[in-house]
Ligand binder design. Structure first.
Ligand code: FAD
Ligand code: NDP
Length: 316
C-alpha cells in the first residue's frame, strides 16, 4: 500500500470522471484518477471512445469525434494537476477511513474522499450480423445517432418496450420514414404516458411478440432485419437502414461488491439532487447513477457536482 493518503480518488474516465477531475484539480485537491485498462470492455475514455461524431455536446458547432473529445477532456484534467493511472479498480473498502481502493494488479491506495464515475454499458443481443453492422446502421443510442444523414427518410427499427424504447422511437420519427418497434411480449413495460405517445404516433408501428433474429446488409451498411414472431414462429424480413437497441444498460458497479447502496439493477443510489451516496465521502456521477438521461453533457454536469460536493466534504 502507498504510504500517503490521497485527498480525492476518482474512478472512471468518461465525461463525469474528467469533469470531476478538472474541478477538483482547480480546487487544488490534486486528485488521483484511475481511468481503467479496458475496463467494462472499452478503452480508457469511456463510451464516447466507441463512437464517431458527437454532435450534441455544447461548444462544438460542427461536432467533434468522440475519441478526440475524450482526449481533450483527459488533457484538461492533466493541465489542472490531476494524476492519471491506466489501471482498473478491482475492489474498494468503504467501511473504513481512509477508504482503500485496490487495482486489478493488487496495488492499494488510500483516499479521504472518492468519486465513482465508472459509467454503464448498453446491453446487446449478439444477433447474427451485429459485429458487421455495429455503427453501420446499428446503435444503442438513438438520441446520439438518430439524426445522422444515413437515417434520414429511411425505415428504422427499435428493439425494446421500455421508456427508452418509446422515447427513442418517438425521437426517430423526426428523421426516419417509419419506425417499427419490436416488442418481445404483448405489452410495453413503459409508463402509461410514454405508451400513449407511441400509440398516438402514426409513424410508429409495433410488432408484438417479436424478436430480431439477424441483421442483413451489403457488408458496408445494414439494409434489413430478419424478425420472428415468438408465438407463431413465423419469420419475415423487414427493410431497415437503422436498428436501435433500447433494451437497457448495465452499470459498471461489480467492483463495489455491495458496499454502496444500489438499486435492483446495480445503479448507485444518490441522495436527492446531490451526488452523495449511502457512504459519507463517497460520491457518484454520470451514467453509473443515472439510468434516465445517459448523455455526455449530463454526465459532465454531475461530475462537476460531485467534485464540488467532495470539496465541501473535505473542507468540513
Ligand atoms: P462512461 O463514458 O461510461 O465511462 C466510464 C468509464 O470508466 C468506462 O467506460 C471505463 O473506461 C472506466 N471504468 C469502468 N469501470 C472502471 C473501474 N473499475 N476502474 C477504472 N475505470 C473504470 N452521449 C451524448 O451526449 N452524445 C452522443 O453523441 C453520444 N453518443 C454515444 C454513442 C455511443 C456508441 C454510446 C455507447 C454512448 C453515447 N453517448 C452519447 C452516451 C455517453 O457516451 C454517455 O452518457 C457518457 O459517456 C457517460 O459518461 P460517464 O462519465 O458516466 O461514463
Ligand atoms: P428497461 O429495463 O425499463 O426496459 C428494457 C426493455 O427492453 C423492456 O421492454 C424489455 O422487455 C426489453 N428487453 C430486454 N432484454 C431484451 C431482449 N433480450 N430482447 C428483446 N427485448 C428485451 O430499460 P429502459 O432503458 O427503457 O429504462 C431504464 C429506466 O430508465 C427505467 O426505470 C425507465 O423508467 C427509466 N427511463 C425513464 C424515461 C422517462 O421517464 N422519460 C426515459 C428513459 C428511461 P420486457 O419488458 O419484456 O422485460
Amino acid at each position: 500500500m502507498s504510504d500517503s493518503t490521497e485527498r480525492l480518488i476518482i474512478i472512471g474516465s468518461g465525461p463525469a470522471a474528467h469533469t470531476a477531475a478538472i474541478y477538483a484539480g482547480r480546487a487544488e485537491l490534486k486528485p488521483l484518477l484511475f481511468e481503467g485498462f479496458m475496463a467494462a470492455g472499452v478503452a480508457a475514455g469511456g463510451q464516447l471512445t466507441t463512437t464517431t461524431d458527437v454532435e450534441n455536446y455544447p461548444g462544438f458547432a460542427d461536432g467533434i469525434g468522440g475519441p478526440e473529445l475524450m482526449d481533450r477532456m483527459r488533457q484538461q484534467s492533466l493541465n489542472y494537476g490531476c494524476s492519471i493511472k491506466t489501471e482498473t479498480i478491482a475492489s474498494v473498502a468503504l467501511a473504513q477511513r481512509p477508504f482503500v481502493v485496490t487495482t486489478e494488479g493488487g496495488s492499494e491506495y488510500r483516499a479521504q474522499a472518492l468519486i465513482i464515475a465508472t459509467g454503464a454499458t448498453a446491453r446487446r443481443l449478439g444477433l447474427d450480423g451485429e459485429e458487421t453492422y455495429w455503427q453501420r446502421g446499428m446503435s444503442a443510442c438513438a438520441v446520439c445517432d438518430g439524426a445522422l444523414p444515413i437515417f434520414r427518410n429511411q425505415p428504422l427499427v427499435v428493439i425494446g418496450g421500455g421508456d427508452s424504447a418509446c422515447e427513442e422511437a418517438g425521437f426517430l420519427t423526426k428523421f426516419g420514414s417509419s419506425v417499427t418497434m419490436l416488442v418481445r411480449r404483448d405489452e410495453l413495460r413503459a409508463s402509461k404516458t410514454m405508451q400513449k405517445r407511441v400509440f398516438d404516433n402514426a409513424k410508429i408501428e409495433i410488432r408484438w411478440n417479436t424478436n430480431a433474429v439477424e441483421v442483413l446488409g451489403d457488408d458496408k451498411a445494414m439494409n434489413a432485419v430478419r424478425i420472428k414472431n415468438n408465438k407463431t414462429g413465423e419469420e419475415e424480413t423487414l427493410e431497415a437502414k437503422g436498428l436501435f437497441y433500447a433494451i437497457g444498460h448495465l452499470p459498471n458497479t461489480d467492483f463495489l461488491a455491495g458496499q454502496l447502496m444500489t438499486d435492483e439493477t446495480g445503479y448507485v443510489i444518490t441522495e436527492g439532487k446531490s451526488t452523495e451516496t449511502s457512504v459519507a465521502g463517497v460520491f457518484a456521477a454520470g451514467d453509473v447513477q443515472d439510468k434516465r438521461y445517459r448523455q455526455a453533457v449530463t454526465a459532465a454536469g454531475s461530475g462537476c457536482m460531485a467534485a464540488l460536493e467532495a470539496e465541501e466534504f473535505l473542507n468540513t
